[in-house]
Design a protein around this ligand. Structure first.
Ligand code: AMP
Ligand code: MG
Length: 418
């Protein structure tokens, strides 16, 4: 098909125009979900000191090498060591100290005997330590001791930049004592709807008009992928009005402008014209369905992705092009969309363009089964609402029989690694 770029070529050209936004420093408590922009190297050992993994008694293991239920070894208890406190005395032969989980191992001791293996199995709060203890079980050096540096050695490389910080990552940074972390700031995405027919929700219906749904979908998608959406509202189908909105986006220092509609070949499609006049058009029209009239370029120096107006086309165009662009802007390393192989429960026909079909994917024993959700027209939002996945039929493939396997993007899972 002349004039149409293949999806992967278009994506390659588009991604080449993006690089990560600036880095900022944030308090650790605000960094979950943010993209790490620094290497994390441990500056301390973890655990930072040898400590007990059980509530019990710290001992010299050689004292109790032959201990058993029938022939307990009696030790003198010289101290009580709660978590958070350093022992004041050294353990000598014949001695023990009561110790709590997480408390530092006293010097002289090399093992911990859990309370269950002693005559003092009383863990009610406030119980004082006994003066003597019978030990019922032998211990080897190191038993129930978490040595210093067991988990992490100072100097170890823990995390590389370009990942989104998860709760467990932030927990580890806290363990390392990091109060602030360098992350990427959120990309700013300006969202513009164009069309004389559009009304914002909240206004009474008018003849010939429809409500603007793209702005909400695109703003929400951008936010889901970690960006900060900026609403530019609705521009009528006039070059000057569109240009005024794009000026505003550039003045607001948006990292990306997302427009919808006005990029077809209609007499009122001005987005492309304005981009060509005040910036540059990189490509226009992609060999995909839905979403063919998709434009990419820059307005002044701000990258602009002109999505088609039809709501499903705009959504698919977002998933295919905007998502990876946003992730790259955000500083993430992995731009690949998580993909599942699914089995078609029915035959599928397309027109030979790379097709993104709305479907319900269900887990069956050993495989995922996919069924299309009704009308696949690019304006039919209901079938997208009923879907939980997009099936991807490659270009050139015009029909697939029931039982064939295709790639699918499952909604929901895509966001987990955003
Ligand atoms: P266009 O790309 O301008 O030819 O628009 C294609 C179709 O998408 C038309 O039916 C428009 O009414 C519709 N459309 C355009 N923008 C929006 C929007 N923001 N929300 C819902 N539908 C839209
Ligand atoms: Mg229009």
């Amino acid at each position: 098909m002349t004039g149409l770029l293949g999806v992967s070529e278009a994506l390659g050209r588009l991604l080449g125009e993006f690089s990560p936004v600036d880095k900022i420093s944030l308090p650790l408590g605000e960094t979950v979900g943010r993209v790490l922009a620094q290497e994390i190297i441990a500056v301390i050992d973890l655990p930072p000191f040898a400590n007990s993994s059980m509530d019990g008694f710290a001992v010299q293991s050689q004292d109790i090498a032959r201990a058993g239920r029938d022939h307990p070894v009696v030790l003198q208890v010289i101290e009580d060591i709660p978590a958070g406190q350093i022992a004041s005395r050294q353990i000598e032969p014949g001695q023990a100290a009561r110790i709590m989980t997480g408390a530092p191992i006293p010097s002289g001791a090399d093992a911990v005997v859990p309370v269950e293996e002693t005559s003092f199995n009383d863990r009610r709060p406030g119980q004082p330590a006994p003066a003597h203890i019978e030990i019922y079980h032998p211990a080897r050096p190191g038993d129930h001791v978490r040595p210093r540096g067991q988990d992490i050695r100072s100097g170890a490389l823990i995390l590389l930049p370009g990942i989104r910080l998860r709760p467990q990552d932030v927990a580890l940074l806290a363990m390392l004592g990091m109060a602030t972390v360098t992350v990427y700031r959120k990309p700013r995405v300006a969202v513009l709807s164009t069309g004389d027919e559009l009304l914002p929700v909240g206004i009474a219906p008018q003849p010939g008009k429809i409500y603007d749904s793209n702005a909400l979908a695109l703003g929400a998608l951008a936010a889901q992928y970690g960006a900060e959406p900026i609403s530019l509202g609705i521009a009528p189908d006039r070059a000057e009005a569109i240009e005024a909105c794009l000026e505003q986006a550039a003045d607001l220092q948006a990292d990306l402008i997302l427009s919808s509609a006005g990029v077809s070949v209609g007499a009122f499609d001005f987005v492309r014209t304005v981009v060509e006049r005040r910036g540059r058009l990189n490509f226009w029209r992609v060999n995909m369905r839905p979403g063919k009239p998709l434009a990419f370029g820059a307005y002044r120096d701000v990258p602009l992705i002109g999505l088609p107006g039809n709501p499903v086309s705009a959504f698919v165009g977002f998933e295919v092009f905007v998502r990876p662009a946003l992730l790259k802007l955000a500083g993430l390393n992995n731009l690949i969309h998580p993909t599942q192989r699914v089995t078609l429960a029915e035959p599928v026909e397309t027109d030979g363009r790379e097709s993104y079909l709305r479907a319900v994917v269900e887990q069956h024993p050993g495989r995922l089964i996919a069924r299309l959700t009704g009308h696949q027209g690019s304006g039919n939002l209901l079938s997208l609402v009923q879907a939980n996945a997009l099936l991807i039929v490659p270009s050139e493939v015009k029909s697939l029989p029931s039982g064939a396997e295709v790639d699918a993007w499952l909604f929901g899972t895509a966001y987990h690694q955003f």
